[in-house]
Design a protein around this ligand. Structure first.
Ligand code: SAH
Ligand code: SF4
Length: 353
């Protein structure tokens, strides 16, 4: 469905009964196009080493308090094995950004090894930041078929308020990377944080129009959560409350579901930080993908993009059982052993697979 920017702004400003009606309409649209199914991506937080210095993220290179680790190959393979055993269907390998050849070759090798280990059964999503076209192609040919790279904000001015203004954090590079991923044939996901300092409702409406204009297959939007060891912490009292950032995230998801009914939309784990039911709330507002954590628990406490991350102690199988119950409680079903590709993408690429 197409909306004008003003219509989107009006929906973003909805409160009370109008807010509820928007969420109900989005749920009805999702059920009509995608049924009540939810797909899983087992999240592997591969490494907390990052060359970038984003002003919001606990893993920024300037944060000397962050503990840096990189999982061994065997640890990654153990996660992949668990994903097969728990019948997740897909994994998502995420990490800080590095561009050196040792790293980019390692990711390619891990992708190939995970494919082999699972007999080609596990779908693989990567979220390893900005890379050259050559590297994106190398990883695609190795077997990764989905890639997540949030634009963070489609407004260049705001982008530079939340990133250092230098060559390593160029807005144009971010945009180019998304275009390159789309061109190569990845199911490409992007997204933003909601409730950032300086972010306006007009910016958020533009973000939604940006996703639609790019025709992306997947979107991940989640509330911004201030981290004490980052520069944006100083604005923590100038942003909307936890509750308002969560409710705004739900409206963003709901509106985008109306605009792009067949894309995959993830319920970000940051929702759960703001409300114990946050993950389910986003699914009810239109999300259809969840990313349960598969990282071994000694590492989970060191992959702190934002504070108060949930599920730090739980084992992967506990998380899986918990999700199953949470989804049943809102009359949704998890689809196991499936890649759970974006229906929007499959329609646009009928020969895929
Ligand atoms: N390095 C990769 C992947 C890891 S970061 C990348 O940047 O793409 C994954 C996402 O975490 C980012 O895209 C960002 O949107 C989100 N994130 C970072 N800091 C956050 C914070 N303080 N609150 C909420 N989300 C945050
Ligand atoms: Fe690194 Fe990603 Fe965090 Fe930026 S958001 S500092 S690229 S891990």
């Amino acid at each position: 469905m197409n909306f004008t920017k003003q219509e989107i702004i009006d929906m973003l400003n909805a409160r009370g009964a109008d807010h509820e009606a928007l969420l109900e309409r989005a749920l009805a649209t999702k059920l009509e196009y995608l049924d009540h199914f939810v797909h899983l991506r087992g999240l592997i937080e591969y490494s907390s080493v990052c060359r970038k210095n984003c002003l919001y993220c606990g893993l920024r290179s300037g944060n000397s308090k962050a503990i840096r680790y990189t999982m061994t190959d065997e640890e990654v393979m153990d996660c992949a094995r668990q994903a097969v055993e728990l019948r997740y269907g897909s994994i998502a390998l995420q990490c800080g950004e590095r561009n050196d050849k040792a790293f980019t070759d390692k990711i390619a090798q891990l992708v190939r090894d995970i494919k082999k280990l699972s007999d080609g059964k596990l779908g693989i999503t990567l979220s390893c930041g900005e890379q050259s076209e050559e590297v994106y192609r190398q990883w695609f040919e190795a077997g990764a078929h989905r890639y997540l790279l949030r634009i963070e904000s489609s407004n260049e001015e705001l982008y530079y308020k939340i990133h250092p203004h230098d060559d390593t954090h160029a807005f144009a590079t971010r945009l180019n990377c998304i275009d390159t991923l789309l061109k190569i044939g990845y199911q490409t996901g992007t997204g933003t944080m909601i409730g950032l300092p300086f972010q306006t409702v007009s910016d958020m409406a533009d973000d939604l129009l940006f996703f639609q204009s790019k025709g992306v297959a997947m979107v991940g939007m989640g509330p911004f959560i201030p981290h004490p060891d980052t520069p944006l912490w100083q604005y923590r009292n100038d942003i909307p409350s936890d509750e308002e950032r969560l409710q705004m995230t739900l409206r963003m998801i709901a509106i985008l579901r109306l605009m792009m009914p067949e894309i995959n939309m993830v319920s970000a784990s940051a929702n759960q930080t703001l409300n114990p039911l946050g993950r389910s709330m986003a699914v009810k507002a239109g999300a259809n993908v969840l990313m349960p954590n598969l990282s071994p628990s000694p590492y989970r406490k060191d992959y702190i993009i934002y504070p108060d991350k949930q599920c730090i102690e739980e084992t992967a199988s506990f998380c899986a059982a918990h999700l199953e119950l949470q989804m049943r409680a809102i009359k949704h079903s998890i689809l196991y052993d499936e890649w759970g590709d974006s229906k929007a993408f499959l329609k646009a690429h009928p020969t895929f697979r």
